[in-house]
Write a protein that binds this ligand. Structure first.
Ligand code: CA
Ligand code: CA
Length: 348
């Protein structure tokens, strides 16, 4: 065989293989380019379009579980512009006669170590207390053991502070004392779903890249300006309420982020679809439309789901988790005075 012919076959093969790789990369970059997709139609009532695209998810400066920041892509989707309110949840409860987890007597399976006589319906209510929060945090085996939490009989969404309290006058505040299972029941009723953790963070960042806050880089309180309902002062002993609120605030009180969403920082924590694993980001890497791990880290006997955004109890001196990259978690049946949700919806 002539020398030229001898090289012709492998050369042709090499060109073919390179061509295939080139075509594959062109297809990949086209299909990954979610960002150019416009809203598929008029926004459903009370929702905003979050354009798909790649973004840097996570935060290296708050907790280990939020790091490392990594590249994630999500498809475009709809999300509620505000947290689900008491008025909205009341319609659902009236129409379906739904009883929230906080109203139900817990079972022996949920709390195997609690005597049956002490199993009563309850929810977690915050109480001001004088203690060293960081020291308490280090000593507590789990979040329920921290002294600023009280397992309060009779506390639920209609009685946020327990028996005798009411949501009258707070119809436009986020509904709280909502367990993950309750949020799912509501989303099904309204024909929506919970956002994934990646969708939630994409939405919270409001189109800003790698900024510490949902509104940019200006700290809370700079020049007396407050961008979210959080906790000022010394946690958990004294809330100065320089932002105007010691508990929940009406949704939409603070400025919207770049996508027109309110309270993505603070006010009420918001449940997400995903199971929570503390080290999930170590293994998840760059991914498209991540749905979270197969199950969650355990708290006692139960795996935990993700919640996001922080609440009116987040403070700079103890828990700065009102930033868009910070994560939190709780079991699906746990509820508290600072936890609610908002809904998402697929583009159809
Ligand atoms: Ca506040
Ligand atoms: Ca919120």
């Amino acid at each position: 065989m002539p020398a030229k012919a001898f090289w012709l076959l492998p050369l042709t093969m090499m060109i073919l293989v390179m061509g295939l790789f080139f075509l594959r990369s062109v297809n990949k970059s086209t299909s990954d380019n979610f960002a150019t997709l416009p809203a598929p139609g008029p926004a459903p009532d009370g929702m905003a379009w979050i354009p798909g695209g790649w973004f840097i998810m996570g935060d290296a400066n708050v907790q280990e579980a939020d790091a490392p920041p990594h590249k994630v892509g999500v498809r475009g989707f709809w999300i509620d512009t505000h947290e689900v309110t008491n008025a909205e949840f009341a319609k659902f409860a009236a129409a379906t006669k739904y009883i929230t987890i906080a109203e139900r007597t817990p079972t022996k399976e949920q709390f195997p170590d609690v005597p049956e006589s002490k199993l009563v319906a309850f929810s977690a209510v915050f109480k001001t207390c004088v203690c060293d929060a960081k020291r308490c945090d280090a000593d507590a085996e789990n979040s329920a053991n921290r002294p600023w939490w009280e397992a309060k009989f009779g506390a639920y969404w209609k009685q946020p502070e327990g028996p005798g309290s009411t949501i009258a006058g707070r119809e436009n505040h986020p509904v709280v004392h909502i367990a993950w299972d309750d949020a799912i029941a509501y989303t099904k009723w309204v024909g929506k779903r919970l956002p994934t953790e990646a969708e939630w963070e994409r939405a919270a960042r409001g189109g800003l890249a790698e900024q510490p806050f949902t509104w940019g880089s200006t700290p809370q309180g700079a020049d007396g300006r407050y961008f979210a309902n959080t906790f000022q002062g010394e946690f958990p002993s004294h809330d100065n309420a320089l932002d105007g609120f010691t508990a929940t605030s009406p949704v939409g009180t603070f400025p919207a982020n770049g996508y027109g969403l309110y309270d993505m920082s603070g006010n009420a924590w918001e449940w997400c679809h995903d199971w929570y694993q503390r080290d999930y980001y170590d293994s998840s890497g760059a991914s498209k439309n991540p749905q979270g791990p197969e199950t969650g880290d355990m708290l006692g006997y139960q795996p935990q789901k993700v919640r996001r955004g922080g609440s009116y109890l987040c403070s700079d001196d103890y828990c700065k988790r009102y930033v868009p990259g910070a994560r939190d978690k709780n079991p699906t049946d746990s509820s508290a005075c600072h936890t609610g949700f908002r809904c998402a919806k697929d583009a159809k």
